[in-house]
Design a protein around this ligand. Sequence first.
Ligand code: SF4
Length: 332
Amino acid sequence: MITRGKAMSLLTLQGVSKAFGDITAVDDVSFEIRKGETLGLVGESGCGKSTLGRMLIRLLEPTAGSIELEGIDIAHLEGAALKAMRQNMQIIFQDPFSSLDPRSPVGNSIGEGLKIHGMNDADERHQRVLEMLDLVGLESYHARRFPHEFSGGQRQRIGIARALILKPSFVVADEPVSALDVSVQAQVLNLLKELQNELGLTLLFIAHNLAVVEHISDRVAVMYLGDIVEVTEREMLYSNPTHPYTEALLSAIPIPDPTRKRSRTILKGDVPSPLDPPTGCRFHPRCPIAVEGICDTEKPLLAPVGDGAVHRAACHLRAGAYRHLDPTLRSA
Ligand code: SF4
């Protein structure tokens, strides 16, 4: 379900940061997730996207900033207030096997959340578990089986059933198909999409691969070394990428048609250490169009690309005050 224009936001982040000792994993991030949409969050391993996802459902507490879910700041909730909010926000993990109890039938694992949140009637819980198994395309007899008796795709269906049984309004799917065979990935993506439409879910879908995110997202945010560097509608991002990092990620996606060619942007070097991030724009040591004296000294903020606020990027040359210095514009 796509909500555009003045769509209501379900979740709003303002200046959210997370530090682990000297490492700033997420640095002053602000954006919103609209009610009923899927926001794809993409970036290389270690860029902070999973840390950000975990903060949004309060598995981690932010070091700074506010996170409002349906108008309530959940960033620093504790005790009973946090427990009550947890019903509303759930997570689907990359590897459901490690999050399932190997000695417990999966029906128990799926229904565990109901028990924690006060549904004491075992028959009622069992009925809800069967409904969830049906919803995710599994059979009722699967409730009695153990995690090792399932394939990777089936285990991910169990993870989805467990996340959705409490009827949350917001779900973080953290690399939910990365560990699956390509043939099974499409099935799980389609299932997530169907459930999102059917249940009106709001999803944050985390992946390291822009090709995976394209099929499920309404909008996409690109993350690099703890910062959001570009965010916009899906069609806009794939047809008109603005940040040089997004361009590089997109250029790495293979095109199935051998007659079509896409110029490949090869990035220099590795992702820098978050222990000692570069000054100015964190992407500048790898950026093919970086300008000395600007990019290495001034940190770019997310700014509108063109008119309106639909498309924003954090780049001095593409969305900031130094657009006239963009070499790709000058050569156009
Ligand atoms: Fe490249 Fe400079 Fe833009 Fe950063 S601000 S992405 S270094 S051009």
